[in-house]
Design a protein around this ligand. Structure first.
Ligand SMILES: [Zn+2]
Length: 308
């Protein structure tokens, strides 16, 4: 079993709410606990891969730092290290997806970047690695269709915007915080976006006690939507740590065990239907980074248990 990680995923950020050290911590923990899992270093994606999804003006801004406002639209301070780092991050998911097509499953200890749109970044997401990966696999003739399952706390607005012109893909976002223009909204009963034929969103409204039952109900009710046009050639799973109840952004009452149960349900869904699955880390902002790391390592543990 193979996962992908590179120290270069961690771009220098200075003081920032994003715990950029988590990628290496997750990789270290997995190497210690799951020695039979290989952790390989990916190649970066190429500019041609980005250009299938993002505008040349936006790519130029992230490379050059100019104009600064566009280069920092994802809310990371621009530095010359940013561009190579996000190319490598995109390469991590692309490598994991290729491995999943060969072996059935894999993962990248990197971000999926689901808030990034064609012409700008948002919410710490520079280039949308999920759609970049699907487009690259299609260009290489490896897939015809693909699906994204987004279980980050926040609505995957960037992925949804990119799905509109791509009828061959499906994007499902089950989320506890709505999100637009770099702002999370706690009240998910106010809809800030519209679903389309191939992108669908399911809000999780806090119940006032454990929200695990509700999450399981929503997964059971909506995962089959991903299969409606026929089984996708690959499933990319964005496994967020920020739905955790300790997370400063999360209104949900979900424990680490609940999120591990979530991962189990997703991996068993993919295995049952014979869909190659590649998973990727997503948000997690609990001040005690060890809690974020534990949620991510749990995803690896469940993946290892179910596919190993
Ligand atoms: Zn998030």
């Amino acid at each position: 079993m193979t996962l992908f990680h590179d120290p270069g995923f961690a771009v220098p950020l200075g003081r920032h709410i994003m715990p950029i050290s988590k990628f290496a911590l997750v990789a270290g923990e997995i190497a210690r606990e799951l020695p039979d899992v290989r952790i390989e270093r990916p190649s970066p994606v190429e500019e041609a891969d980005l250009l299938r999804v993002h505008s040349p003006a936006y790519i130029d801004a992230v490379r050059s730092g100019k104009p600064r406002e566009l280069a920092e639209s994802q809310k990371f301070p621009w530095s010359p290290e940013l561009f190579p780092s996000v190319l490598l991050t995109g390469g991590g998911l692309l490598a994991a997806a290729g491995q999943a097509l060969d072996e059935g499953s894999s993962g990248a200890l990197a971000s999926g970047f689901h808030h990034a749109s064609a012409d700008h970044g948002e919410g710490f997401c520079t280039f949308n690695g999920l759609v970049v990966t699907l487009e690259a696999l299609r260009a290489g003739g490896r897939i015809r269709t693909g699906a994204v399952l987004d279980l980050d706390l926040h609505y995957g607005n960037g992925t949804a915007s990119l799905a509109v012109a791509r009828p061959w893909m499906r994007a499902l976002s089950i989320y506890g915080n709505d999100y637009q223009d770099n702002k999370p909204f706690r009240d998910v009963s106010i809809r800030h976006h519209e679903d389309g034929p191939n992108h669908f969103s399911v809000p999780l409204v806090p119940t006032g006690h454990s929200d695990c039952g509700m999450l399981m109900e929503k997964l059971k009710a909506h995962l089959p939507w991903l299969l409606e046009p026929g089984k996708p050639d690959i499933l990319l799973y964005q496994a967020g740590a920020d739905p955790l109840r300790d997370d400063p952004y999360s209104p949900l009452n979900l424990t680490r065990e609940d999120l591990r149960e979530r991962d189990r349900v997703v991996f068993e869904f993919a295995r049952k239907h014979g869909i190659p699955i590649a998973w990727v880390l997503a948000g997690g902002y609990t001040p005690d980074t060890s809690k974020v790391v534990e949620v991510h390592v749990n995803t690896a543990r469940e993946w290892r248990r179910i596919f190993g």
